[in-house]
Design a protein around this ligand. Structure first.
Ligand code: ZN
Length: 160
């Protein structure tokens, strides 16, 4: 079956931070993640950007195309993936390098400049509010991704 073609995105309301769910010593990048995603039958890597362990920013799916990174929100969002997020035992861990976090801050600043109305969130923040109390609590997370509190981090490290 031929993969479905890339489709232009009409609106951008969310900038979503992800992790690759790989260990701290796994020095992978966009090419590796692309290979995983092509195996799933996708037309391209699901994320628009990938940040390697050394902080290098790699372009993934074209920024103007609909991505494949978060159920229910792909049509209106851009996905940025930090490589890492698991500890040596395979458990969720906020183990990104300083260079990665600096790179994340830089790319989110640039994206926010281009899409000023977009809200910046972590993948887990888009889990459904299971008990309907208006708060997505940790026990409601569908995934731990990206394994840290993006809102808290942004409050402590505001974009320029
Ligand atoms: Zn994710």
């Amino acid at each position: 079956m031929a993969p479905s073609p890339l489709i232009p995105r009409r609106r951008t309301t969310l900038l979503v931070v992800h992790c690759s769910a790989t260990g701290p010593d796994s020095d992978i990048g966009c090419q590796d993640i692309t290979a995983w995603h092509l195996k799933r039958g996708w037309a391209a890597v699901g994320y628009h950007y990938v940040i390697r362990r050394d902080g290098t920013l790699e372009a993934g799916r074209p920024e103007g195309s609909i991505g494949a990174h978060v159920a229910g929100h792909n049509a209106t969002s851009i996905g940025v993936c930090l490589v890492g997020g698991l500890d040596a035992a395979g458990q969720p861990a906020c183990n990104y390098t300083e260079a990665q976090m600096a790179s994340l801050r830089r790319v989110l600043g640039e994206l926010h400049g281009r899409y000023p109305a977009a809200r910046i969130v972590g993948h887990r923040d888009l889990s459904p509010d299971g008990n309907g109390d208006g708060v997505i609590s940790p026990n409601e997370y569908l995934k731990a991704c990206p394994c840290f509190d993006v809102g808290e981090w942004l409050a402590a490290n505001p974009l320029g």
